[in-house]
Design a protein around this ligand. Sequence first.
Ligand SMILES: C[S@@+](CC[C@H](N)C(=O)[O-])C[C@H]1O[C@@H](n2cnc3c(N)ncnc32)[C@H](O)[C@@H]1O
Length: 219
Amino acid sequence: MIESSYLRATRTGYDAIAVPYDETFRSELAESPFDRAMLAGFAELVAGRHPDGQLIEVGSGPGHVTAHLHGLGLSIRGVDLSAAMVDLARREHPEITFDVGQMGALDVPDGSLAGLVAWYSIIHIPPAHLPAVFAEFHRVLTDGGLLLVGFQVGDDVVHYDEAFGHQISLDFHRLQPSAVAALLDDAGFDLVVRQVRAPEPTSAATKIPQASLIACKRP
Ligand SMILES: C[S@@+](CC[C@H](N)C(=O)[O-])C[C@H]1O[C@@H](n2cnc3c(N)ncnc32)[C@H](O)[C@@H]1O
């Protein structure tokens, strides 16, 4: 199969920067009480509605968020486009399964997951491709299955052709929470929670507003 150019650019970009990305962002959750609150709420919701359900984090990167949710008692594994990220996540979290994969074509049976997390990974999907990606999330979730997405808020595309001293070609698509909620509704999800955080000028990673949404697959 021919890989889309945006997937190839994302994969090679993250392969190049996996190690410094991990070093830079590994303590981010520890510094973000509202991210932890959203993840904790999501974990409690999934565990309450689907005890023993299986989850996937798509775009799991070095596995920080997967490991955090695993620590909250969820049966979760990670999937990422970048083999370098998957190697790193496996080394750092040997108790969790990480596989190379693509969020738009998951190797998972229909209706088999209680939850799916896309934490700052749909930011690399061109908006025109988001409906197909959300349709894939809908396919793999069971009825009443829960989806958590996190992303930076905005209307622009930020392009990096260099990061951590490596030449890359990575696009970061800012998104509007109302637009993402509308696409999720079109894909067959009901919105459960929407969190939008104001920019934090002191943090390098969160100088722009951040959003996270929890949605539930309509039966
Ligand atoms: C900004 S990082 C976020 C990593 C992790 N979720 C976290 O918050 O630490 C984005 C990750 O998404 C992965 N990714 C981007 N597009 C993807 C796709 N179509 N399928 C699977 N993974 C993807 C990248 O390889 C990268 O590891």
